[in-house]
Design a protein around this ligand. Structure first.
Ligand SMILES: NC(=O)c1ccc[n+]([C@@H]2O[C@H](COP(=O)([O-])OP(=O)(O)OC[C@H]3O[C@@H](n4cnc5c(N)ncnc54)[C@H](O)[C@@H]3O)[C@@H](O)[C@H]2O)c1
Length: 264
């Protein structure tokens, strides 16, 4: 109200919240880690690339934030258990998990080689499921929390050149919805959502350019894969921060596209 002396806090503040981000050495995960730290969260930077994870944690602390880093291969059940024990011992809780680690290969349903499928599902699906399990241990005990799984706009349609990738990301969305229902029906205030980016300028975008190389140079690929431009990792990070916060208190089990209408 104009003319009153009512003091207001910031619109969104994650001070005191403990967050963990997988795949945080690069791209969307890195941007999410930096953005969560910017609004006050403690960020546990996880990646199989420990040098990159260290670098991101250093960037956060250099900017005045709170961060730690750890090496984690998201496909390893054992490493997830160790990570959970470390988090429990060091912070005693986990309020936010962002599952961003992911890989893509070019493959087709009719291919004879099943390895790309196995590798893709191991990282994108097993990694996300194991992450949710670890986080839910803390969140069920606390009765609250937020998980954001990075799926893809590729989950919405079939693909004649990335069959396993799209299938893995559709599976991530389905697991997200199931987990969200499980927690909501138990009466917990645990929100679990998947987000579905279109083409975003990261190292993975280079993989997409390679997969679509028959189309031409990156500009030609972007003309096919976007509605005019690729997104920036920071634009995706803003959605992740919002979903991590109490501002998104009634959003759970949602599959949210962030692709400038590409999949509309
Ligand atoms: N870039 C895009 O256009 C785009 C579009 C839609 C969805 N996505 C999804 O967003 C997420 C992030 O991708 P990005 O674009 O930031 O890619 P990126 O390649 O920049 O980052 C991926 C990160 O995941 C890590 N990683 C890979 N396998 C891992 C494993 N087994 N254990 C731990 N870490 C592992 C890598 O080391 C890397 O740091 C992925 O799940 C991806 O599928 C990306």
């Amino acid at each position: 109200m104009i003319g009153t002396s009512m003091t207001k806090g910031p619109w969104l503040d994650l001070t005191g919240r403990i967050s963990a981000v997988t795949g945080a050495a690069s791209g969307i995960g890195r941007a999410a880690a930096l953005a969560l730290a910017e609004v006050g969260a403690t960020v546990i930077v996880l990646d199989r690339d420990v040098v990159g994870a260290h670098r991101v944690a250093d960037a956060i602390t250099a900017a005045g934030g709170i961060a730690a880093f750890g090496q984690l291969d998201v496909t390893s059940e054992e490493e997830w258990v160790e990570t959970g024990l470390w988090i429990g011992k060091t912070w005693g809780n986990l309020d936010i998990l962002v599952n961003s680690a992911g890989i893509v290969f070019s493959d087709r349903v009719g291919d004879e080689d099943i390895e790309p499928y196995r590798k893709t599902f191991a990282v994108n699906v097993d990694g996300t499921l194991l992450g949710m399990r670890m986080a839910l241990g803390f969140m069920r005990a606390a009765g609250k929390g937020a998980i954001i799984n990075i799926s893809s706009a590729a989950s919405f349609t079939g693909s004649s050149i990335m069959a396993s990738y799209g299938a893995s990301k559709a599976t991530v969305a389905h697991l997200t919805r199931s987990a969200a229902l499980e927690t909501a029906r138990c009466g917990h205030d645990i929100r679990i959502n998947s987000i579905h980016p279109g083409l975003i300028q990261t190292a993975m975008a280079d993989d997409f350019y390679g997969i679509y190389e028959r189309v031409g140079p990156p500009e030609a690929v972007e003309a096919v894969m976007t509605t005019g431009r690729a997104g920036r990792p920071e634009e995706v990070a803003d959605l992740i921060v919002f979903l991590s916060s109490d501002r998104a208190s009634f959003i759970s089990g949602a599959s949210i596209a962030i692709d400038r209408a590409k999949s509309a």
